[in-house]
Design a protein around this ligand. Structure first.
Ligand SMILES: O=C(O)CCC(=O)C(=O)O
Length: 262
């Protein structure tokens, strides 16, 4: 998996992502922004982060959903220009617009084991050859290291190999400094890493899915409407407040005017 720096061309980043199924781009968000996001998550992590514990998420991992209802600063990561450029390029090959599939803050605590390897898009019941249903952006809110559970990724696994066939030697880890982003395809096998350090490892993963697919996390019922309305149009669109073309998900007030004339 290739590692890029800020200065490199987006087309090269996209090419690497499509080739390897994942790519790291370092130093995309300033420390101050990352610290604000972390501060805005803190109380919610402490209050409700444990509610997501299960065999898949782990029992020493805190999680949060409904991110844009919890942190306004997170909007800057979710709608980051690089992520948008990459999503535009990969997803708009197959749709007119895309939306947030899910957005999840994840704090892996010391003592957590490896998460089960998985593909994010496996919950869609069919595949269409050569169509990526979604991409994901995992922001490092702390330095991601081998010891603290940097996301495990299987480069090339967008070839749809069986997850059971993955060998330890196929797995790499997204070691990256705080403020960097790991981009990966919905079809790429990955999972959280074991945290063998003494400190928590926090990240924010957002998936972006084709506009004609059902969103993984129902943003309409998760984020209060008043909060949605307080965001600018690009964020409202990402949350799903836009129709897909003239016929899917139309509603009064659609920003593209896809509603019946009265
Ligand atoms: O925490 C991580 O590094 C990855 C988590 C993940 O892939 C997931 O929960 O779907």
């Amino acid at each position: 998996m290739q590692i890029f720096n800020t200065s490199e061309k987006t087309t090269d980043i996209i090419q690497a992502l499509l080739k390897d199924g994942g790519v790291i781009v370092k130093h995309q968000a300033p420390d101050e922004l990352i610290d604000n996001v972390k501060a805005e998550f803190r109380a919610a992590f402490d209050r409700e982060g444990h509610l997501f514990e299960n065999d898949f998420n782990g029992y020493k991992t805190l999680r949060l959903s409904g991110i844009l209802g919890l942190s306004r600063s997170a909007a800057e990561l979710i709608a980051h220009p690089l992520v948008k450029d990459v999503a535009d390029n990969i997803l708009k090959r197959h749709c007119e617009c895309y939306r947030i599939g899910s957005s999840t803050a994840i704090e892996i605590l010391p003592g957590e084991a490896d998460q089960v390897l998985h593909r994010d898009d496996d919950f869609y019941p069919i595949r269409i050859p050569d169509v990526e249903f979604q991409i994901a952006a995992m922001w490092a809110l702390d330095d991601f290291t081998l010891e603290n559970g940097a996301t495990r990724v299987v480069p090339g696994s967008q070839d749809l190999r069986e997850i059971e066939d993955v060998k330890a030697s196929d797995i790499t880890q997204a070691v990256m400094p705080k403020g960097s982003v790991l981009l990966y395809l919905g079809s790429t096998i990955h999972g959280g890493g074991a945290n063998n350090s003494q400190a928590a490892r926090s990240g924010l993963i957002t998936t972006y899915s084709l506009g004609w697919l059902r969103q993984e996390e129902n943003q309409y019922l998760t984020i209060p409407r008043k909060t949605v309305d307080s965001y600018p149009e690009n964020i409202r669109r990402l949350l799903g407040y836009q129709s897909h073309g003239e016929n899917l998900g139309v509603f009064p007030g659609d920003p593209d005017g896809n509603w019946y004339e009265s």
